[in-house]
Design a protein around this ligand. Structure first.
Ligand SMILES: [Zn+2]
Length: 321
């Protein structure tokens, strides 16, 4: 017998023992799982649902191509183009075609100014973006100044859109936190941040998308230490893999989950990093996560257990008691 209270204490209130209506396979249902950092132009998303991912957030792509997509599985939310300084990252990168970025040439809050902050936010919004992506990369060319960043954040918020920043290089996390950026596309990895600054981010409600597993060496250790401090301060962590950046199997990435567990994001808090619908208000509808077999007996077993996750239509799940 599965004790539902124990199951939900470990996995959160969305967990339920179920069996499949067709075939009777037993397992556990969870809310739909989301990878909050992907690049669809660099990956094939057709395998994601079979490996547990029901929603993705594209954090940098061609807004025209993204707007022309058909609805399907996984559900796609997107930022549209990277907004960056003239000549800034990633304008010189082979993986970033010209359609995937915009150079912000003016801090102008007026709509319709060519290359203006408001104009470029408006463009992404009109192509259906549900979040605006800015690049603050101090080690790869020019960076947006604080005034231009302020103008982007102000215009995005006027339109009801959060802003997510790529921060890389010393001082860039501080620029994003002081600039009122709503989310970081990667846990800061270039430096060990002051606990005070991290607490400020947590208290402000900033979300950090994990992407711990893309690093090695010092960057990996710094990211792990920063996210541990952020989680202890009550900061909201979102699971994200930067799928498309380097070789990575599609679906739930157990290595990423293991890194988060080691950093202290455990049990139902770990599940919550996957089920937060950010930047959208609600989870993908009509589907749920099914994990076959016995539920995990302890928080440390959750990352490996989730390797079996797959997306199923909600009506295929029958409650088990
Ligand atoms: Zn990325």
């Amino acid at each position: 017998m599965i004790d539902v209270d124990e199951l939900q204490e470990l996995l959160g209130p969305g967990a339920h023992p179920v069996h499949l209506a067709l075939g009777g396979e037993q397992g556990t249902a969870l809310p739909p799982l989301i990878d909050h950092h992907v690049h669809l132009h660099l990956t094939d998303e057709t395998m994601l649902a079979a490996h547990g991912i029901a929603g993705v957030v594209d954090l940098g792509g061609d807004p025209v191509a993204l707007a022309q997509r058909q609805d399907g599985m996984p559900r796609v939310a997107y930022a549209g183009a990277f907004l960056t300084a003239p000549g800034g990252y990633p304008t010189d990168r082979a993986w970033a075609p010209v359609a995937t970025w915009r150079e912000v040439r003016s801090a102008s809050p007026a709509p319709g100014v060519p290359g203006g902050a408001a104009t470029l936010v408006d463009e992404q919004a009109e192509f259906g973006a549900s979040v605006i992506k800015v690049v603050l990369h101090a080690d790869a060319g020019p960076v947006l100044d604080a005034g231009t960043l302020d103008a982007i954040v102000a215009r995005a918020h006027e339109r009801g859109l959060p802003v997510v920043a790529h921060v890389e290089g010393v001082g860039m996390a501080r620029l994003a936190i002081e600039g009122g950026v709503d989310a970081l596309a990667h846990t800061p990895f270039s430096e060990l941040l002051d606990a005070d600054l991290i607490e400020r981010a947590a208290v402000a409600g900033q979300r950090w998308i994990s992407t711990l597993d893309i690093h090695d060496g010092a960057a990996r250790a710094q990211a792990a230490a920063n996210v541990a401090t952020f989680a202890r301060a009550g900061g909201a962590v979102l699971y994200g893999t930067d799928l498309g950046n380097g070789p990575r199997a599609p679906g739930v990435d157990t290595a990423e989950l293991h890194e988060l567990h080691e950093a202290g994001v455990q049990g139902h808090a770990l599940i919550a990093t996957l089920t937060d619908p950010w930047p959208q208000a609600a989870a993908p509808s009509g589907v749920a996560t099914f994990v076959p077999g016995l539920p995990p007996g302890a928080a440390s077993e959750i990352p490996a257990w989730l390797a079996g996750a797959r997306v199923v239509p909600r009506e295929e799940l029958v409650p088990r008691r």
